[in-house]
Design a protein around this ligand. Sequence first.
Ligand SMILES: [Fe+2]
Ligand SMILES: [Fe+2]
Length: 290
Amino acid sequence: MRLKWLFDAVKLTVAEIGHFAANVANQRDWVPQKSASSAAVEGTLPVCSIAIQERRLAMSRSRRQFLSQTAGLGLVIVCGKTAVSAAESGEDLEESPVPAGEDLMREHGVLNRILLIYEAALARLPQAGEDVAEVVHEAGTIVRSFVEDYHAKLEENYIFPVLEKHQRLTDVVAVLREQHAVGRKVTDRILKVTEAPAWRQSENRRSFARACRAFIRMYRPHESREDTEVFPALHHILSAKELAELGERFEEEEERLFGSGGFEKVVARVGKLEARVGINDLRQFTAQLD
Ligand SMILES: [Fe+2]
Ligand SMILES: [Fe+2]
């Protein structure tokens, strides 16, 4: 498939590529001008046929498809130059599409930052006050809504079935599914014992510590395995077009659940929680040599 794309790509003239890039920069509907070769282009280049024939996406969506689908061919270099120029001129560019794998990985970044918050809370035990419990409780609600009810469900509904269907990493996927289920139970516990009345009891703080350590211990290898084995495996099963469409679907689901700029809002919430437990300054983590 990739070789065919490459073969098709050479049919584009430099002028046509420039025309596409100019339309992208201007955020217009991405349709090639009618020229002697345009019919041939429409009939042979997947990117064009999507933009011209399907017509199901909005103008901005066409631009996003162009960027996504040409990235695999190296044509993004042309667009990248244009995009930089537009950025330098102060033009408000729409965010470029996020491929499915990168989308899931950056959500792992959110999870990792929450694990750091959990660790900061653990470090304050056994005397941690209700302010710490409040922070952990809110972090737990983000885990519930963003990690478990959104991110993990994307994996369960769209990623794992692909691997299972193609008999890839089935043993790993089975464990990942099980860990999602266990993780939800652990989060139930964390949310329960970090309620203010419960937190006042030392046994509940000990219960929090056990649950929190178990969650961290499970989710670090879990997400690492997904990042390094599961998501890369998708590239051997799905085409670039299918991966791009999956990324679009993820973004739509994110917007449906969390509104416009949903990811950024969640990151901002996590940042505020980091500040409340004193781990927001990145420099504090810089290694110190003797
Ligand atoms: Fe997962
Ligand atoms: Fe994940």
